[in-house]
Write a protein that binds this ligand. Structure first.
Ligand code: ZN
Length: 406
């Protein structure tokens, strides 16, 4: 009895704690349909690419855990659902925990009993059902291992129904997870077929060329308004301050792990001249592939400038909602014009040697408030991947901007 009361107190304290802290976490407002329907496509999941990948190393790093501690897998005599796991709990009202961090999408009674669905930053969903009680609400952020429900009982058996989903399509956890709860070592590739169905294939890590796209809905909040029309200065010059950037605070942060969709500016390129360089005056990173290769927008954004710009030759400048601007120059041809909306990965120009350039390459710059900074803060150029840290840009009293990476 005492034990039950202390568990109840703990649950209450936890509930209080989470209701207190949840508004500090990111909130996702799901539509009424998303809050009601178990099987519903995930908004944005296949917007930019028709496939995405989930690596077990990322899942482990994000704190993967089996939802029922000391649980036992079993197959019921008359399974009404065959694509999930029935996990027997060691005791009634045993805690059922989120397998990975995410945001609770659905909490309601379904044909599986009281059900919780969590959408994860990697694009997958996990489903927990057959509960005595749910402990979370739609929109709540949950960390990996955080209790989401208490297991329910049926004919004297306490169990949880656990499954995964991708785009609303059930995925047997056995695809990715061994019966002992540990993750398999292959990478999962989820692709959207022409019929709208999701297919999963497993492949060895490294078998997917370059870095395959990963889904991420936890985007860094916008710090600049991309709908604001450009002034004549902004349309004619590259190094101009970004209106609104330091309007409300003297600093802002770009969380590269949550920047949303991204692309390397020139896939397959080699750095032939780094930022700074021998004379410390190189304001960009020179990327070399073959002439006429397509240059890609690094993040979603709006083209602020597209045209000839003295020694830069043909240049494209893209403003991003995260507060940064990216510049691509010496282009053979610009494929976009000022005012165009671009998505990460869109082809915006082709590689050339216009302006002052001795070979075909892309002089790539990242800028904050019009001032170039080292793109090594953003990209691991050796591996063509985005870095993972947080960048904080602070405008000092003298107007200069400092960058802190953590
Ligand atoms: Zn250069």
């Amino acid at each position: 009895m005492m034990k039950r009361i202390s568990i109840l107190c703990l649950a209450l304290l936890l509930a209080l704690f989470y209701s207190f802290t949840e508004h500090h976490q990111e909130q996702v407002d799901f539509s009424r349909m998303e809050r009601r329907m178990l099987h519903i496509p995930t908004a944005g999941l296949f917007d930019h690419y028709d496939y995405f990948t989930v690596a077990p190393s990322d899942m482990r790093r994000d704190g993967w855990c089996l939802p029922v501690e000391d649980g036992v897998l079993f197959t019921p005599e008359f399974p009404h659902e065959t694509v999930g796991w029935y996990i027997m709990s060691p005791e009634p009202r045993h805690e059922v925990k989120a397998a990975m961090e995410g945001v609770v999408r659905l909490v309601r009674k379904t044909n599986l009993g009281k059900t919780v669905v969590v959408l994860h930053p990697n694009g997958m969903e996990t489903v927990y059902a057959h509960h005595a009680k749910t402990l979370v609400s739609s929109g709540d952020y949950v960390s990996a291992g955080q209790p989401v429900a208490l297991a329910g009982a049926d004919h004297g058996m306490v169990y949880t129904y656990f499954t995964m989903m991708v785009n609303g399509v059930p995925l047997n956890p056995s695809t990715l997870v061994r019966p002992d709860g540990t993750l398999k070592d292959e990478m999962a590739v989820f692709s959207l077929g022409g019929d709208g169905m999701v297919r999963v294939s497993l492949c060895a890590i490294g078998a997917v060329a370059e870095r395959a796209p990963r889904f991420d809905w936890m985007e860094t909040p916008a710090v600049v308004d991309l709908d604001r029309p450009f002034s004549a200065m902004e349309r004619q010059h590259v190094g101009v301050a970004t209106p609104g950037l330091f309007e409300h605070a003297s600093s802002f942060t770009v969380d590269l792990a949550r920047v949303g969709k991204w692309s390397y500016p020139l896939p397959g390129a080699k750095v032939i001249s780094p930022y700074g360089g021998k004379r410390k005056n190189h304001t960009g990173t020179d990327l070399k592939t073959r002439p006429k290769d397509k240059i890609r927008a690094v993040f979603d954004g709006v083209v602020r400038f597209s045209g000839k710009y003295s020694a830069y030759g043909n240049m494209v400048v893209v403003r991003h909602a995260n507060g940064l601007e990216t510049c691509y120059s010496h282009n053979a041809k610009n494929l976009v014009k000022a005012g165009d909306r671009v998505k990460a990965g869109d082809a915006i120009a082709t590689v050339g040697r216009t302006g002052r350039a001795t070979t075909e390459h892309c002089h790539f710059e990242v800028r904050v408030n019009g001032v170039p900074f080292n793109s090594d803060y953003i990209f691991d150029h050796a591996n063509h991947v985005l870095k993972n840290g947080m960048l904080t840009f602070t405008r000092k009293a003298n107007g200069r901007i400092s960058i802190k990476a953590e």
